[in-house]
Design a protein around this ligand. Structure first.
Ligand code: PNS
Length: 170
């Protein structure tokens, strides 16, 4: 990163719900920038299980509990284009995680389209650590909805909220 420049990074996503894989990436990204904005997309093509408010609250609790943050972390929702949001918050650095090869095509297209919409905004990728390669919010929801345990993949407060959504008694 260039010396003397204040860098705000944006980590966008659906976070439906936040997983330990997301948290690991947030921790790493927070060491690379001066400020990290976690941006929850509210107009995603996906129909979320959790409301915008629930997703924001779950992230807020997990970030508050994160001991080794490298920088200021802010959590916001946005409902328009990601590049427009990036411009609004004066950021030219989008950070995304990459897991298996299957993520690549989608991320490649999204990065290309975002670059067409605003060539001044760069997307940086961090490879997911081995431990979190296969963890996704979608699988966590499916496992939980079918009665499986998700404690390994999400924090206890998120596991509780999933249990409540799927009306499992502890
Ligand atoms: O966690 P996800 O669902 O993979 O995140 C996808 C997200 C939210 C980053 C993407 O859908 C997005 O940027 N949505 C905002 C709308 C937008 O800018 N669309 C154009 C993308 S080229």
């Amino acid at each position: 990163m260039p010396q003397g420049k204040f860098i705000t990074g944006i980590y966008p996503g659906s976070f439906d719900p936040v997983t330990k894989g997301h948290l690991h990436l947030i921790r790493r990204a927070s060491r690379m920038v001066d400020k990290l904005i976690i941006a929850i997309a509210t107009n995603s093509r996906k129909t979320p299980l959790f409301t915008d408010y629930e997703r924001l609250e779950m992230l807020r609790i997990d970030i508050d509990n994160m001991l080794d943050k490298g920088c200021d972390i802010e959590i916001c929702s946005f409902d328009g284009l990601l590049v427009e949001f990036a411009r609004e918050v004066n950021s030219s650095c989008i950070i995304r995680g990459l897991r298996a090869v299957s993520d690549f095509e989608y991320e490649f297209q999204m990065t290309g389209m975002n670059a067409k919409l605003d060539p001044d905004i760069e997307t940086l990728f961090l490879m997911a650590a081995d431990k979190w390669q296969f963890v996704s919010s979608s699988f966590v929801k499916e496992i939980s909805s079918l009665g499986g345990e998700v404690d390994e993949f999400v924090t206890p407060q998120v596991a509780n909220k999933l249990n409540k959504k799927f009306k499992k008694c502890n």
